[in-house]
Design a protein around this ligand. Structure first.
Ligand code: PRP
Length: 177
């Protein structure tokens, strides 16, 4: 089992303040429209819930679960659908909601899936846009925080299924075995 030290990157207040800001932007852009939010499980669960609460307007929600395969921690871009879209997206305004965009493979595949179903519009909202490992140039229309590099956990984000329950976001530093 590896040991880690963690350092607060975004406090609970900073996160909620930013989520509220994102919700205001999204409400302004979509008010009165037939908005479908598609969250990417599992990491998105806390962000998605707070975003919908702050949006405070009628929206429909759906979730997908995608898995990216590669060697070790390195994603190959081989993204498989473990749980697909269930709601009808045809003619709807769709907002993909991600906790983090890293290589960009997941969002890229999801945008292609939604486009194939003839949505009226597709945009992406990511709490964290992490540029360090980006492999595909994906459009992010609403960004919570831009993070250059580092391993981030908490507020839904995990390391090996740990740390999702934290209300803050931390940077993780490995200290050895
Ligand atoms: C993470 C994250 C995004 C995806 C982003 O999910 O939640 O969905 O990776 O990575 P990418 O830009 O490199 O494709 P993960 O597959 O780790 O599953 P999880 O959400 O269950 O933690």
């Amino acid at each position: 089992m590896k040991n880690f030290t963690k350092e607060v990157l975004f406090s609970k207040d900073a996160i909620l303040g930013r989520v509220k800001g994102l919700a205001e932007d999204i409400r302004r852009d979509y008010y009165g429209k037939d908005l479908l939010l598609i969250g990417v499980l599992n990491g998105v669960f806390m962000f998605f819930s707070d975003l919908v609460k702050y949006l405070d307007m009628p929206v429909k929600v759906d979730f997908v679960r995608l898995a990216s395969y590669g060697s070790g921690a390195k994603s190959s871009g081989d993204v498989r659908v473990l749980k697909g879209i269930e709601m009808s997206v045809t003619g709807r305004d769709v907002l993909v909601v991600e906790d983090i965009v890293d290589t960009g493979y997941t969002v890229d595949v999801l945008i292609k899936m939604i486009k194939a179903k003839n949505a009226n519009s597709i945009k992406v909202c990511a709490l964290i846009d992490k540029a360090e490992r980006r492999m595909v140039d994906v459009p992010i229309d609403y960004t919570g925080f831009a993070v250059e590099k580092g391993f981030v956990v908490g507020y839904g984000l995990d390391y090996d299924e740990q740390f999702r329950y934290f209300q803050e976001i931390y940077t993780l530093h490995e200290t050895g075995v």
